[in-house]
Design a binder for this molecule. Structure first.
Ligand code: ADP
Ligand code: MG
Length: 150
């Protein structure tokens, strides 16, 4: 596995309005498209990034989303400052959510975000310190049916 990424991008996640969230994952998606990443991989990345970004918007105070593009994989790091997660296993449970009533009224807070990141990635690691913040890392493998330029 190559140790140096072909391309990297780190963007701040603006925690303002839930309804306006999603800019960062949109920008990451554009970069992946321009980098010739296969569509199947972009689809998974877009879902996982959106869920991770919205978790920062909904549950944290501020954060960043970073992607490193390697020939054989995408590596993501989403780091935030915020309340942290006391019980990781509970947070990973399908349907578990502490989202606000406001978020739920907008259709968020189904408790499927973290399970969806897991489902759309090849490896995932969630680390958190209560009262400090949370770091979510995930990797998505790039299977190339034929050789493409990145
Ligand atoms: N970055 C985060 N900071 C603090 N808590 C989080 C974070 N991400 C997830 N959580 C906690 O894990 C729960 C489950 O997350 P998720 O599966 O994405 O569902 P949802 O966001 O719909 O609530 C959240 O409701 C929240 O309690
Ligand atoms: Mg979520």
């Amino acid at each position: 596995m190559a140790n140096r990424p072909l391309r990297s991008l780190e963007l701040p996640i603006a925690v303002r309005n839930i309804a306006l969230g999603g800019d960062v994952s949109m920008n990451i998606k554009t970069l992946l498209m321009r980098s010739g990443v296969p569509h199947k991989v972009i689809r998974k990345a877009a879902i996982a990034c959106y869920e991770a970004e919205m978790n920062v918007v909904m549950h944290a105070d501020r954060g960043t989303l970073r992607v490193d593009i390697f020939p054989d994989r995408l590596e993501f790091v989403v780091a935030d400052r915020g309340p942290g997660i006391g019980d990781i296993e509970l947070a990973m449970t399908e349907g578990y959510s502490t989202a606000s009533e406001e978020a739920k009224a907008l259709g968020f807070g189904a408790g499927m975000g973290l399970p969806n990141v897991l489902r759309n990635s090849n490896s995932m690691e969630l680390k958190s310190v209560v009262g400090v913040g949370t770091t979510l890392r995930f990797t998505i493998a790039i299977d190339r049916e034929k050789k493409e330029e990145v």
